[in-house]
Design a protein around this ligand. Structure first.
Ligand SMILES: Nc1ncnc2c1ncn2[C@@H]1O[C@H](COP(=O)(O)OP(=O)(O)OP(=O)(O)O)[C@@H](O)[C@H]1O
Length: 209
């Protein structure tokens, strides 16, 4: 599997002409960069910028490069940047298998087989026809992760992805997420308030102020 690289080149984000943050960072394939900092320091805004949907109230300079491609202001859908948030956003009108199939890259040669395999990879074989609401929080989180992976992203942004999970599930989910992302060579930016997340990510930590 090809490893990708993500480069934030002298990225500066301003809100009403006031500098919110300045960041210069390169992420190799499989590397997780953790961003921490107090509420309002700009963590989610940074992710929004990398995902290409910076709200109009902000001004940005610098470049976001994915491999050799300039993806500054390119939407995540088009740039191949995958997102995982606190709440697993599964479509309620689709079955678990339907949700996974939705993530699958268009034109996949064997969608049914890939979805079955994906369910097995997250320990949910036989759950394909279930409604997402009938799953536990941890099961929904795993489906959400797998749907992201099936879309074959080139980089991933995680915004507090474990904060809504029970403490007991958090460690398990952290391990699963980081194992999958690093083994696929995906550069990842993790935003979190939780030092245990940062430890599990085993990468650099940048603190915003
Ligand atoms: N759409 C917007 N328009 C104007 N200002 C905004 C907008 N979104 C966020 N802000 C402001 O930008 C600053 C950074 O917000 P941001 O959500 O990035 O912080 P954060 O570090 O992610 O905070 P938290 O840890 O609470 O999620 C805050 O002062 C916030 O009020």
């Amino acid at each position: 599997m090809k490893a990708h690289e993500l480069h934030l080149q002298q990225v500066r984000l301003c809100l009403q002409d006031k500098l919110l943050l300045a960041l210069d960072a390169s992420l190799a394939g499989g590397e997780v960069l953790t961003i921490m900092g107090p509420s309002g320091s700009g963590k989610s805004t940074l992710l929004a910028h990398v995902a290409g949907f910076l709200p109009p109230a902000f001004r940005a300079s610098g470049k976001v490069m994915l491999d050799d491609e300039d993806i500054t202001s390119v939407s995540a859908e088009r740039s191949g940047v995958g997102l995982l948030f606190q709440d697993p956003l599964l479509f309620p009108h689709l079955s678990v298998a339907g949700n996974l199939r939705f993530g699958l890259v268009p034109g996949h040669p064997k969608p049914q087989m890939r979805v079955e395999q994906a369910l097995a990879e997250i320990g949910l074989s036989g759950f394909g026809s279930r409604d997402p609401e009938t799953l536990s929080g941890g099961q929904r989180a795993r489906v959400s992760l797998m749907r992201l992976l099936l879309s074959e992203p080139r980089a991933v942004l995680l915004d507090e992805p474990f904060s809504k999970l029970d403490r007991s599930l958090r460690a398990e989910m952290r391990q699963l997420v980081f194992e999958h992302l690093t083994s696929r060579g995906l550069p990842t930016i993790l935003v979190t308030h939780d030092h245990e997340d940062a430890e599990a990510a085993r990468g650099r930590v940048i603190e915003l102020f």
